[in-house]
Design a protein around this ligand. Sequence first.
Ligand code: PLP
Length: 281
Amino acid sequence: RIVYLNGAFLPFEEARLPIMERGFLFADGIYEVSAVLDGRLVDNAAHLARLDRSLAEIGIANPYDAGEWERLETELVARNALSEGLVYMQVTRGVHERDFAFPPADTAPTVVMFTQAKNVSRNPLAEKGAAVVTVEDLRWKRRDIKSVALLAQVLAKQAAAEAGVAEAWMHEDGFVTEGSSSTAFIITGDGEIVTRPLSTALLPGITRAAVLRLAEEAGLRLSERPFSVEEAKGAQEAFYTSASSFVMPVVSIDGRTLGDGRPGPLTRRLRDLYLEMARAS
Ligand code: PLP
């Protein structure tokens, strides 16, 4: 397994970082995840644009332009002979004696990339549909930044794991914000596809944007509005989206079955449309 660290492609075992790395000490950094399908990166320009924005929001200079990022990702995918899975990219503020405020401006950020093999397109869970549980959203107020500070999501995903389900949907003031690592959607009884509008309360999902675009092109009814946990439990269909799950049907929420308990027809159509788009990217 070959990984990327600060300019070099290395065997996984040889990639080491000092304990004064600020990602390790403060979670002072951001990350991105792109899917790989048929050996090619999916919707990667949008992921690199979000990476650039996340860095700008926390005052880290982007070490590479989009062309260089894509070149490095492509080389990593090739070196690992990855045909399907994920590329993980992380940029943290670098190594310096521990102090909360930023280190000197000439401190080099730490850049890490690795791949993970994963069956994203033929995931058996997508055939069956996922169950989700709801948990309180315990995160900070800038969830639009893809920060590596993920403790609240770790706890949410652990709650899901302990409940024996795949994902946790987080809520705040009675309304669903998003999944622990995905964007939440519901479909109402009259066929309206609903997802929360973008704000600092949630991450601007790249898969979310693609699904909204595809739904619009297909002439489906869309509404970007907040929806409550109660409304979600009474929805006709539901699904969540992410680079690692594409469009994942949800068949129950907190033990309440949606529809007939199987992935709904509109959700399946959106998954197919997304897969078609992903294969063409
Ligand atoms: N929301 C959160 C909190 C996430 O962590 C993720 C992905 O990891 C998403 C949404 C989905 O974003 P994307 O579709 O860009 O993968």
